[in-house]
Design a protein around this ligand. Structure first.
Ligand SMILES: Cc1cc2nc3c(=O)[nH]c(=O)nc-3n(C[C@H](O)[C@H](O)[C@H](O)COP(=O)(O)OP(=O)(O)OC[C@H]3O[C@@H](n4cnc5c(N)ncnc54)[C@H](O)[C@@H]3O)c2cc1C
Length: 511
């Protein structure tokens, strides 16, 4: 089946914050918004708790926000990009309010600002306490549904991008009711992150890097894929995705203790409010030494916990924990992907006619470690610039495309058991080599594991090549930081070739 959208109509793939905002910012230009799930569902955006970072407090400035972002990024941020996005953050908050998002405000009407790890000022704009994501989705989905220029196609996932002479010509999608093709010369990828490639993750399990696979298979360049942020405090239980105990709880004074009651990270710079990578490593290390780890909010919030964090209090109660009386069991979980599709300042990828926005893109803002609450801000700011760039680019005249067979539905289950141990909080060369060799035949095949394997393979090869520890990438065999910080770039072809060369190296298998 071929959907007749207006000729040359751009297609936005992904119904989270980045996709919704790009579609809204493009109005009144006609656009197709393609979402695997009903809008607002199965998106990380809906789960966001903390909020959006913006320097709007009286004691704050873009310069301070930038300094915190660069410090967290551990030398790898693109400073010019970070400066530009951070300067636009306060206007992004206004833009969201324009589309109906209701942020929490104090009695005097000023926005309430939360504090999160590694931020030197209170600058986290939030909604409904720690239910920011659901408020964002409520307001933006409603705005999208009442915008006549947006054609919403729900329940269909993009399975292939079509390219001719190095430029996008269409999208193939499939869903329960059949297959769809879109003839278009302009596609915006907004498909989110890769947490679904890991056993322990806070992401919806459907977020396993499908967007990265789509663009990698048409030759696009990807950047910094080795950098996965592990959130230090996911609720330790059987539920997947794991529930997040927001950093804002530590911002209010909660501390990390072990089963003996010892505050084992007290000596870390910033203690519990150190950068996420450092806190996650500290928690991981303590767990691998056989301890249990808890977040203790009894003294700082006590009976006030449920009032300040109603959603988190609810998750805890579901797990039989009362945060007013009990320490909360926690462990690190894959949470955010700093790496993604290499894009320029307007969100353009290396493939003509292909833009990326949100977590799937790598703008250079986050460097080796994202500063908490910078990603929602980035998605909103970039959506405006991507929309302008797409609107200003000429569409193609063709209305039909050849319809090759649509690949089968990707399934990450097999890949999860390979990626989780190899790409965890700490990595080492030998495990990465083993993982690359196991992933290689899967990535080159044509099974449901192929696309997830291709993504994991590119991440593993990028992690193998980075022989240093920096930000969220921690190598047990290369514990030091290299003198010069370099962003990494990779294509699928390079990853396949590198892995194939490993196979041919006797040392790789005998070491
Ligand atoms: C629990 C949790 C809490 C967080 N809290 C914060 C926070 O407080 N502040 C902050 O800044 N960041 C936070 N983050 C990170 C932030 O939420 C994400 O980075 C951001 O929401 C990503 O938005 P997105 O639109 O790029 O992706 P998503 O919101 O994940 O949306 C991607 C969408 O694309 C769809 N999709 C995927 N593949 C396809 C396909 N092939 N075809 C069609 N559709 C597809 C998915 O179904 C999904 O709907 C949090 C993340 C999590 C998981």
């Amino acid at each position: 089946m071929s959907l007749s959208a207006p000729s040359g109509c751009p297609v936005i793939i992904g119904g989270g914050l980045a996709g919704l905002m790009t579609a809204l910012e493009m109005a009144p230009e006609p656009v197709v918004l393609l979402s695997a799930a009903p809008l607002g569902c199965k998106a990380s955006s809906a789960l966001a708790q903390g909020g959006l970072a913006a320097s709007i407090g009286g004691d704050d400035s873009p310069a301070l926000h930038l300094a915190d972002t660069l410090a967290a990024g551990d030398g790898l941020c693109d400073e010019a990009v970070a400066r530009r996005i951070i300067a636009a953050a306060p206007a992004a908050i206004e833009r969201l309010e324009h589309f109906g998002v209701a942020f929490d405000r104090a009695r005097d009407g000023a926005p309430q600002l939360g504090l999160e790890a590694a931020h030197s000022r209170r600058r986290i704009v939030h909604a409904a306490g720690a239910a920011t994501g659901s408020e964002l989705m409520r307001a933006l989905v409603a705005a999208v549904r009442r915008t006549a220029s947006i054609t919403i196609v729900e329940g269909f996932e993009a399975r292939r991008l079509l390219v001719e002479d190095g430029a996008i010509t269409g999208v193939l999608a499939a869903g329960a009711s059949g297959e769809l093709s879109f003839a278009t010369g302009r596609v915006v990828l907004a498909t989110g992150g890769v947490g679904g490639l890991f056993h322990d993750t806070t992401n919806p399990l459907g977020c396993f890097g499908q967007g990265l696979a789509l663009v990698a298979r048409v030759g696009a360049e990807l950047a910094d894929l080795e950098f996965v942020q592990f959130h230090p405090t996911a609720l330790d239980g059987a539920q997947r995705p794991m529930r997040l105990i927001s950093e804002a709880v530590r911002g209010e004074g909660a501390v990390l203790i072990d089963e003996t009651g010892r505050r084992f990270l007290a000596d870390l710079p910033g203690a519990e409010l150190g950068t996420r990578d450092a806190v996650a490593r500290g928690v991981h290390r303590h767990l691998t030494r056989g301890h249990r780890v808890f977040l203790d909010a009894r003294a700082c919030l006590g009976a006030g916990f449920a009032g300040r964090f109603p959603a988190i209090s609810g998750y805890c109660r579901d797990a039989g924990i009362d945060p007013a009386l009990d320490p909360i069991p926690v462990r690190p979980a894959a949470h955010y992907h700093m790496g993604g599709i290499t894009v320029d300042a307007d969100g353009r990828s290396s493939v003509a006619g292909l833009w990326a926005c949100g977590e799937v893109a790598s703008t250079g803002l986050h460097g080796a470690n994202r500063l908490a609450s910078n990603s929602l801000t980035e998605a909103v700011v970039m959506a405006g610039w991507v929309a302008k760039s797409v609107t200003a680019s000429p569409g193609m005249g063709r209305k039909t495309i050849a319809m090759p067979s649509v690949p089968m539905r990707p399934d990450p289950v097999l890949v999860r058991s390979i990626a989780s141990p190899a790409l965890g909080v700490t990595r080492d060369g030998e495990s990465l080599r083993e993982a690359a060799l196991t992933l290689l035949p899967l990535a080159g095949g044509a099974s449901p594991a192929s696309d997830p394997a291709a993504v994991a393979l590119m991440m593993v090869v990028a992690a193998l090549r980075r022989e240093e520890s920096r930000g969220a990438h921690s190598r047990a065999d290369f514990p030091l930081r290299a003198t010069v910080a370099r962003r990494s770039k990779i294509t699928l072809v390079e990853a396949l070739e590198t892995a194939a060369a490993l196979d041919a190296t006797p040392l790789a298998r005998s070491a």
